[in-house]
Design a protein around this ligand. Structure first.
Ligand SMILES: [Zn+2]
Length: 432
């Protein structure tokens, strides 16, 4: 089965048959069909301009421009970011993760300043808030823990108050197994992922904490094959990633209908654009390069463990080159930063998730079995990302190693340090 096809001599979007992939409206014009055609026309124009300028097609990642844009964002943000005042740890995470994908080191002084800022976002009752003196919330808690694990210094790890973090997780746990995003807040499947992610990274998982959570997540998978935010809602890329990644962390992904999930996910890659849409009948968007693209490694591993014999050992089950073409040709701002689609403005969220999706599309496999497919020059190569936590795999391994030396909840520190063998094994999600 396995014969590595040589890279195509030209870009997929330069192929003369590419226009046959345009959306067929079957003569029925609707608001969404018009929007779809508008996006396709914009992309066609981008491709045509690129063709005119470049006789040799070799899309380039604008590394230096992205680096400058990210570096500036760590210190100063424009007033356009005022609306994200309750998401400040997210900005730290989006920028730090983008920098680690670009393999740009973070100066020690900057890393320490970020640590001290995140310390001020930690709530006295546990968990992290969107900003200093705000209420703890699962989303910025996830972002802060990920950011601190990317920094990966003793100072960064020491900021996380694990006992209080566990208290916070208990305060948002619901009797049916779900979690609310914050005390008195809404339930959706993002919260289960955020909770499972931070608990597994910091070694505070207990059997009781996630009791009934897998059963609740399974109910979010609907007839489409993807997952909605809560049981009964439309399948959506972001929620599907969160639900599936949470199941992987909890070692319960086989409770999902994985084949239906695979069919839904791969059907979200757009035939003409090459990028992913978030939901059926919606437009392409660069951030779904990760939310949808990141599902394929999770699914691949689940099928691999099942002994699925038809699985490729070189490629994920999506068009990796098409996604790279979309990100490199359509989602880069020439002055740095990445975006949703041509015509939209850049931001740190799309920069993080376009780069994360690009990394997934470039790297197949894990540390043991690795196969790269880099579109364009070798300089386009990003660092690999861990498909469960979306930080670099070495940072995940380092954090797990650090926190597994510390006592698990309910364990006294002397018991842990004297026996060493009393620790629970690391969660299932760590190995990919
Ligand atoms: Zn987006």
């Amino acid at each position: 089965m396995e014969s590595a096809p040589p890279p195509p001599p030209t870009l997929r979007c330069f192929n003369e048959h590419h226009t046959t992939e345009l959306f067929p409206d079957d003569g029925v014009v609707t608001v969404t069909s018009q929007e779809q055609k508008k996006v396709e026309r914009n992309i066609e124009e981008v491709i045509n301009v690129y063709k005119q300028i470049h006789s040799v097609p070799e899309p380039t990642l604008l590394r230096e421009q992205h680096y400058q844009y990210l570096k500036k964002g760590l210190r100063t943000l424009s007033d356009a970011y005022e609306c994200l005042d309750a998401s400040r740890p997210w900005l730290c995470y989006w920028i730090l993760h983008s920098l680690e994908l670009l393999e740009e080191p973070i100066p020690a002084a900057v890393a320490s300043d970020v640590c001290q800022f995140l310390a001020r976002c930690q709530s006295p009752t546990g968990g992290f808030a969107g900003g200093p003196r705000q209420h703890a919330h699962l989303a910025p808690t996830y972002a802060a823990v990920n950011a601190l694990c990317i920094i990966g210094t003793e100072e960064a790890y020491a900021i996380i108050d694990r006992d209080r973090l566990l208290d916070f997780l208990w305060s948002v746990k619901q009797p049916d197994g779900s979690f609310v995003m914050h005390v008195g807040g809404e339930v959706d499947v993002r919260s289960a992922y955020c909770a499972a992610s931070v608990a597994s990274l910091t070694n505070i998982v207990t059997a009781k904490l996630f009791e009934d959570t897998p059963g609740w997540i399974v109910r979010c998978q609907n007839w489409e094959g993807g997952l909605g935010g809560v049981p009964g809602l439309e399948a959506h890329g972001g929620y599907t990633f969160c639900g599936t990644a949470a199941m992987v962390i909890l070692g319960k992904e086989h409770m999902l209908d994985l084949k239906a999930l695979l069919r839904w996910t791969v059907s979200r890659q757009m035939r003409y654009e090459g990028g992913f849409q978030g939901r059926c009948n919606k437009l392409v968007d660069g951030c779904y390069s990760f939310w949808q693209g990141g599902l394929l490694p999770l699914l691949h591993r689940a099928f691999f463990r099942d002994g699925e014999s038809e699985l490729s050992l070189q490629r994920w089950m999506f068009e990796q080159q098409a996604l790279q073409e979309y990100i490199l040709l359509c989602c880069q701002n020439p002055s740095g930063g990445l975006l949703d689609k041509p015509g939209k403005s850049r931001d740190f969220y799309h920069t993080c998730y376009c780069l994360s999706g690009l990394s997934i599309a470039q790297h197949f496999g894990n540390m043991d079995l690795h196969h790269e497919l880099i579109l364009g020059k070798e300089e386009n190569r990003l660092a690999p990302t861990h498909p469960v936590y979306n930080i670099c795999p070495e940072r995940v391994a380092q954090a797990l190693q650090h926190f597994h030396q510390l006592p698990a909840p309910g364990q006294s520190s002397s018991a842990s340090s004297s026996s060493g063998g009393n620790q629970r094994s690391p969660p299932d999600g760590e190995q990919s």
